[in-house]
Design a protein around this ligand. Structure first.
Ligand SMILES: [Zn+2]
Length: 178
């Protein structure tokens, strides 16, 4: 059984020779022998033959008679056209390049995305595990003082805005008090 298998493998690897060279079986009778005994390889060869016969029948479609003249005209236009700007060249590079030059940049961007994604995942993981300590909460008094401070600042800014004629804070305050 093993010998048949290896013969099949060997036979398949020589199918192109058997297909293209009619005299191959006379110079290598072992393949003819195998083909006579092995239906699978014989079918393979027959199928290959029919495929090649079909390809021989196939004719490439005729080109339009004006193809050459049109192509020449377009080439002349392209040569005569003004040189493209930097933006156009960058766009065509991005559109039509194989991307070989951009691969390091893309790899870097992907690594960056992985880093960010991995970090976010680790953070979420830590919180759901309860191992991450919650951020310290400011007490209510501190919050109130902060709000008061913000209110005072906002009032000062409003006064400055309302009093356009006085450029400095001190003068504005003096005008308001008098
Ligand atoms: Zn075989």
């Amino acid at each position: 059984m093993v010998t048949v298998m290896t013969n099949c493998k060997d036979c398949r690897s020589h199918l192109p020779d058997l297909l293209l060279d009619d005299a191959y079986t006379t110079t290598h009778p072992e393949y003819k022998e195998h083909l006579d005994s092995c239906a699978a390889c014989r079918t393979e060869l027959v199928e290959l033959r029919s495929t090649f016969a079909l390809l021989d029948e196939w004719k490439a479609p005729e080109l339009s008679p004006y193809f050459d003249s049109r192509l020449q005209a377009r080439l002349r236009e392209a040569v005569a056209a003004p040189p493209e700007g930097l933006w156009e060249r960058a766009k065509s590079f991005l559109l039509f390049s194989t991307g070989r030059q951009l691969r390091p940049a893309v790899a870097g961007a992907l690594a960056f995305v992985l880093l960010i994604g991995g970090g976010a995942f680790a953070g979420i993981h830590g919180i759901t595990n309860g191992s991450a300590t919650p951020p310290p909460q400011a007490s209510a008094t501190v919050n109130d003082l902060k709000i008061l401070d913000n209110n005072v600042q906002a009032e000062q800014q409003l006064n400055q805005l309302l009093d356009d004629s006085t450029p400095s804070t001190d003068e504005g305050a003096a005008v308001l008090t008098t």
